[in-house]
Design a protein around this ligand. Structure first.
Ligand SMILES: NC(=O)c1ccc[n+]([C@@H]2O[C@H](COP(=O)([O-])OP(=O)(O)OC[C@H]3O[C@@H](n4cnc5c(N)ncnc54)[C@H](O)[C@@H]3O)[C@@H](O)[C@H]2O)c1
Ligand SMILES: [Zn+2]
Length: 364
């Protein structure tokens, strides 16, 4: 088992990563909660695969487990779902010591984290992320929240869990496209922060794609270390944390321009990373060899759904509306070299349009 410590003073916590970690869920949770009762919140898909094991292990450790299922999918990441959970918790007389456990992907984690941040002004919660994306990204860093009908993730809170428990075995049941989508975010960490890790990923794609547990544990641990380091230095996205948005300017725009239906988040970010690499080259940072290395890595993860039907003006509109915009500028995280970022804004629309054309040519 690997441990990554997130250092945030009295709110510090551990991220544990390992094979068959759920086997130890009972003792791991027991050590970190004060009440005798926990609420396990999941969705039907994930619960059917992994829920009973978690319930059994928690009960074996002497905890009373109440489980509650929310609907599957991004559409359930709403205040309505949050309110249903509040109602259930109130009816069950959950008190300040009652810990919530989120078992599932980023949707479950974000919703449960937000409930934990706000129910009785805050109750403890534990993340058990079960998608690659949630294991390397959404379960780390303390961002919780839900969507509003006018935009994604517009309502939320920063709230840290008491523990993140990552069992690499849970990934064995994940659909290939979900797994692949998470891998693009994995690659992002190497690109923004650690060239040695990037090279390791390029050398080990086959083993990673076979979901070899040991390789996965190494990879997930390094991603968590990087995210934990970045978010501990900058918990609330003032500066350093922005580097995590590499690939997300074009990526978010592509998702929004296709109403979140055309691409998985990671796939859109993959396009965004190709665009950011080209822009970095145009601005004189990355040499063309590095751009080719990045493209090769992205394409070796697997095929991307085509983007040729998305016209540039629609992307530009979406970029202008993005909430990460600063005043009136569209901000880009670029690469000075692999492993080192630079933040830039104020690009001519023509340049962005050219870059997008290049991305489309290359991804055909
Ligand atoms: N809080 C953050 O910092 C942060 C960061 C990145 C993304 N997010 C959020 O995360 C969400 C996306 O997360 P996601 O990609 O995990 O999506 P998700 O939670 O919808 O999971 C994807 C699908 O996989 C299923 N699933 C989950 N685990 C499984 C398993 N082990 N086996 C089989 N199926 C499984 C789910 O039921 C779902 O159908 C978005 O809402 C995004 O905004 C949050
Ligand atoms: Zn992302």
């Amino acid at each position: 088992m690997n441990t990554v410590r997130v250092s945030l003073g009295h709110r510090s916590y551990d991220i544990l990563i390992g094979e068959d970690l759920l086997q130890d869920a009972g003792s791991l949770v027991r050590e970190r909660v004060t009440g005798g009762r926990v609420f396990l919140i999941s969705n039907l898909t994930v619960f059917e695969y992994h829920g009973q094991k978690v319930v059994d292990r928690l009960e074996a450790a002497g905890l009373e487990v109440v489980h509650l299922l929310i609907p599957d999918g991004e559409k359930s990441k709403t205040l309505h779902t949050v309110e249903n959970i509040y109602t259930y918790l109130i009816a069950q007389r959950a008190d300040r010591n009652t810990a919530l456990i989120a078992l599932g992907g980023g949707v479950t984690g974000d919703v449960v984290g937000f409930v934990a941040a706000t129910y009785l002004r805050g109750v403890p919660y534990i993340q058990v992320p079960t998608t690659l994306l949630s294991q390397v990204d959404s379960s780390v860093g303390g961002k919780t929240g839900v969507n509003h009908c006018l935009g994604k993730n517009l309502i939320g809170a920063f709230y840290q869990p008491s523990l993140v428990c990552i069992d690499t075995d849970t990934l064995s049941t994940l659909l290939p496209r979900e797994f692949q989508s998470g891998l693009y975010e994995v690659l992002k960490y190497g690109l923004i922060y650690d060239e040695v890790f990037f090279t390791y990923l390029c050398d080990n794609f086959e083993r990673i794609k076979e979901r070899d547990p040991e390789t996965l544990a190494t990879v997930i641990s390094r991603c968590c270390e990087i995210k934990a380091e970045v978010t501990s230095i900058d918990e609330k996205e003032a500066d350093l944390r922005r580097i995590l948005n590499f690939g997300h300017t074009f990526g978010h725009a592509l998702e929004a321009a296709t109403r979140y239906e055309g691409y998985k988040h990671g796939e859109a970010v993959a396009y965004g990373m190709i665009a950011a690499a080209h822009l970095s080259h145009r601005e004189g940072y990355l040499d063309s060899k590095a751009v080719q290395r990045i493209n090769r890595a992205i394409f070796s993860i697997g095929p991307l759904p085509p983007a040729s039907e998305v016209p540039f003006p629609r992307l530009l509109d979406a970029m202008k509306r993005d909430k990460k915009r600063e005043e009136d500028r569209i901000v880009f995280v670029l690469l000075e070299k692999i492993g080192k970022t630079v933040i830039r804004s104020d690009f001519q629309e023509d340049l962005l349009s050219d870059v997008w054309e290049e991305v489309l040519r290359e991804s055909q």
